[in-house]
Design a binder for this molecule. Sequence first.
Ligand SMILES: [Zn+2]
Length: 85
Amino acid sequence: MPEALCPSCGSCGFPMRAPADFAGGRIDAAYCSSCGDEAGQLRPYDEVLQVNADYLVRQQGLDPGAARELAGALLAGMPAWKHRA
Ligand SMILES: [Zn+2]
């Protein structure tokens, strides 16, 4: 698919280019494979938060507490979580 039309995850903003990047390998899924389940449905907030925090720990060497805080701030601005009570 053309780069300009590359969709990004509605939960974490991850760009989804290959089918494996999409939840359940479904290219019509609104979420990435980290944020969605096999059926393309959004996972619970705590799971998504943890996955994103783990990613920050691995990629940026943050400590787990700081990573959870940053992940929470990132998710708060995403369409999937904006209206979370
Ligand atoms: Zn995602």
